[in-house]
Ligand binder design. Structure first.
Ligand code: ADP
Length: 318
């Protein structure tokens, strides 16, 4: 099979000067012992932003994280983490009296992880709501916007609709949209709304980064072919379908599958998809072919799943 590289979105060839990742970043509590926890910072689009910044060379694009935070210590902690990773924080709204979302990981006696969330009152849900220091228009100089189904699920319907309209103008002016559906049923009012608003993003995105499981869960597609056909009908013409250990397939009309060697030493698949997206987008920003983008995404996610937790710690002093 061949890859149709002529479908590479044009502006990637000239490089992106400013990439923005929009969504919710949370405080993560993970167990150390029965009575003590480690405090971390995590979230799907945050994970992608961190790995994207690391994967781009230092002369590469500015990478901003776009969200709303509160004005207390945990929001400061998140800002520090973003800054430590070289992410720009100029597009972060600060809300007086609010806090970020929180989740806690617990382990059962077999070592299986489960998650408890406190995020329904998170500041991130108010992003772009008036009055705003950071309205959508503040993203005017962004060349590539990345967001996920979680980024939109947490928004009230009117903000979600306004974002959709803004994206139409953004794309008409040459901006590119990258999207991963990351379906989390509990964040949506109902499955029908999730399907409708997720399809709005698929029909608007320039770089589609779905994973097979999420798409089948949300849309009830019977198999991979049904997923790919539905996305093609929605207008998806570039990106990759993530299929766990089977490796990705090109969403450029060719359906070409990247052949991947089995990864040994897998310990935790948290952030597999998020890091794949980062590797894919970094290679794309460098002008890579779709095969190179999928290879870069897979190579990065293959490293990430051999570490415990979403983010591989940076080498000390690095
Ligand atoms: P998500 O985390 O969004 O569900 P996937 O599980 O499909 O996404 O994983 C994303 C990518 O990570 C895959 O396309 C593949 O490249 C890689 N990957 C994930 N799990 C494995 C695995 N067990 N072995 C090898 N590669 C994997």
């Amino acid at each position: 099979m061949t890859y149709s590289d002529d479908k590479t979105p044009a502006s990637a060839r000239d490089g992106y000067a400013h990439i923005a990742c929009l969504g919710e970043v949370m405080i993560e509590l993970s167990p150390l012992t029965q009575d003590t926890v480690r405090v971390g910072v995590a979230g799907d689009t945050f994970n992608t932003a961190v790995y994207l910044r690391r994967a781009l060379d230092s002369a590469g694009a500015k990478v901003s994280y776009v969200t709303a935070l509160g004005d207390e210590a945990m929001s400061e902690r998140i800002l520090e983490s973003l800054a430590e990773e070289g992410l720009s924080t100029g597009l972060i709204e600060r809300r007086a009296g609010m806090s970020p979302g929180l989740y806690m990981i617990t382990l059962d006696s077999q070592g299986e992880r489960s998650f408890s969330y406190w995020r329904s009152a998170a500041a991130a849900r108010t992003v772009f709501q008036r009055p705003a220091q950071v309205p959508m228009e503040a993203m005017g100089d962004v060349d590539l916007l990345y967001l996920s189904g979680i980024s939109i699920a947490i928004l009230p319907q009117d903000t979600r609709d306004a974002l959709c309209d803004w994206i139409d103008g953004f794309r008409a002016n040459g901006g590119k949209l990258a999207f991963d559906s990351n379906y989390r049923p509990r964040l949506w009012p109902d499955a029908e709304t999730a399907r409708r608003d997720t399809m709005k993003m698929w029909s608007r995105c320039d770089i589609a980064l779905p994973s097979l499981d999420d798409e089948m869960d949300l849309f009830g597609d019977v198999d991979e072919t049904a997923v790919m056909d539905r996305l093609a009908r929605a207008g998806v013409h570039y990106g990759a379908l993530k299929r766990g250990p089977s490796g990705p397939r090109a969403l450029d009309g060719s359906g070409a599958a990247l052949s991947v060697a089995p990864v040994t030493g897998v310990v935790d698949t948290t952030a597999a998809g998020d890091s794949f997206n980062a590797g894919f987008l970094a290679a794309h920003a460098a002008g890579g072919t779709i095969a190179e983008c999928m290879e870069a995404g897979h190579a990065l996610s293959a490293r990430v799943i051999c570490h415990r937790g979403a983010i591989i710690p940076r080498p000390s002093g690095g």
